[in-house]
Design a protein around this ligand. Structure first.
Ligand code: IMP
Length: 429
């Protein structure tokens, strides 16, 4: 099978960027299909560090990047990111980047509403990235969103702005936040139009042609299954579906041709923002994991909450996400720990659960059921074959494979691109 779909199997920040970069070198096209510039992928190539939010990671490898219709696109953020990576020497032109003409736009008012609502929630805030992702998706399903193709039709923009502002200015005023002026927004959109439209096209057609020509397509997910708007820890989630099936709907592509579905999971667990996290550590070990793993958000710089590997959660993500194999990242962060714990299920109000149930209070009450394993004294850092790994590290990996009921097919052992052990080639299916 030619194609591969990559999604996060925890709460995001699993190191998808590095894995996508590694796989992109063997792909012809790389496609983003959901989320927006709330995502943050850090790629280290030689002496350059690229921080991508909206651009498909394959661009760094000179591969064609496609932004699908399922992505919410902030034109200002997109143009700024293009300018930034160009300054680092990357070529980004309409020949290398294509944008779905039917993708939804994020406007400045979406970020304003996102932030005003978070402030109004106080203690109950979701901890969003404040970039307008949720409000933009809301407009999409409410059928009032401005889309990329509308930039070519000033009258459509004007009509849609009337409807948008009627809704949003009422809301902003109610939240005590400044309102937006139609003419200012219209001028802004018309100024972006000539810069954005050269990238726009029906990407579904290009993808269909690529599929027929037997090209290798890599679908690059953002966020992760536990942040999925249906399957995640709702309401502490993002506003899109992050499961593999979204790659088809979010780009206009045949679900039967999505190829091998690869899930990315850290050897431990992190999350940013609010919401349940049963295996979270509030002690010295948690602090150590954060420090060693350099666990700070790429987008917001917030410190990430850290905890032990939650096998019950990843098993659930594998099942609902359609994951066929796992890439385990950052195992080297566990080097030297005396013992390791794995969460294998939960106790909730006296009952045992092998999965995290959907109800909010049940999720908040979930207590982990632990299994303890010995740590290892050697190092996994930079290992490039299973034979180079300490025996107890291999035991840890094998035990996780049993618990999550899926194979670990790649292991990353350090920040360098080649610090990777391939146990099976995902492009081979
Ligand atoms: P939003 O996507 O900005 O609405 O944020 C909703 C939730 O998803 C918050 O908890 C964010 O911290 C989280 N989130 C969004 N994008 C990412 C990501 O790329 N990595 C990790 N968490 C994310």
């Amino acid at each position: 099978m030619a194609n591969v779909t990559v999604i996060g199997a925890q709460w995001g920040d699993e190191g998808k960027g590095k894995v996508v970069d590694w796989l992109a070198s063997r792909a012809d096209l790389v496609v983003r299909f959901q989320g927006g510039h709330n995502a943050g992928h850090t790629l280290v190539v030689g002496n350059q560090t690229y921080k991508l939010s909206l651009l498909p990671s394959g661009l760094v490898r000179g591969k064609m990047g496609i932004i699908g219709n399922g992505v919410v696109v902030d034109p200002e953020a997109l143009l700024a990111e293009i300018a930034r990576v160009r300054a680092q020497g990357l070529t980004v032109t309409p020949e290398t980047l294509r944008l779905a003409e039917n993708a939804t736009l994020i406007l400045p008012l979406h970020a304003a509403i996102d932030r005003a609502r978070e402030t109004a929630r106080g203690e109950k805030k979701i901890g969003t990235t404040g970039r307008g992702i949720g409000p933009a998706y809301e407009d999409k399903v409410a059928r009032r969103a401005i889309r990329v193709c509308d930039l070519a039709e000033p009258e459509t923009l004007s009509d849609k702005l009337d409807e948008l502002l009627l809704h949003h200015n009422t809301l902003l005023a109610g939240l005590g936040a400044p309102t937006f002026d139609k003419q200012v927004l219209l001028d802004q959109l018309l100024a972006w139009a000539p810069e954005i439209l050269p990238y726009a096209e029906p990407v579904w057609e290009r993808l269909d042609e690529a599929r027929r020509a037997g090209k290798r397509i890599l679908f690059e997910g953002a966020q992760a299954v536990m942040l999925d708007v249906d399957h995640g820890t709702y309401p502490y989630v993002t506003s899109s579906n992050t499961v593999a099936a979204t790659a088809a709907a979010g780009s206009g592509f045949a679900p039967s041709a999505l190829g091998f579905v690869l899930g990315i999971a850290k050897a431990y667990c992190t999350r940013v923002g609010s919401g349940p996290f049963p295996s979270e550590l509030h002690d010295e070990t948690g602090r150590l994991l954060g420090e060693r793993g350099r666990e700070f958000g790429t987008v917001t710089g917030r410190p990430r909450r850290c905890g032990w590997f939650d096998a019950a959660l990843v098993r659930q993500a594998i099942k609902v996400g359609g994951i066929q194999g796992i890439v385990m990242t950052k195992i080297d962060v566990l080097d030297g720990l005396k013992e390791l714990r794995i969460c294998t299920g939960y106790t909730i109000n006296g009952a045992h659960y092998s999965y995290l149930p959907a109800a909010m209070r049940a999720q908040a009450a979930a207590q982990p059921v632990w299994e303890t394993l010995p740590g290892w004294s050697g190092t996994t850092k930079g290992a490039r074959s299973t034979a180079e790994l300490p025996a107890d590290a291999v035991k840890y990996i094998r035990r996780i494979e049993e618990l999550i009921e899926a194979p670990i097919i790649l292991l990353t052992t350090g920040p360098e691109r080649d610090d990777t052990i391939m146990m099976r080639d995902p492009f081979e299916g």
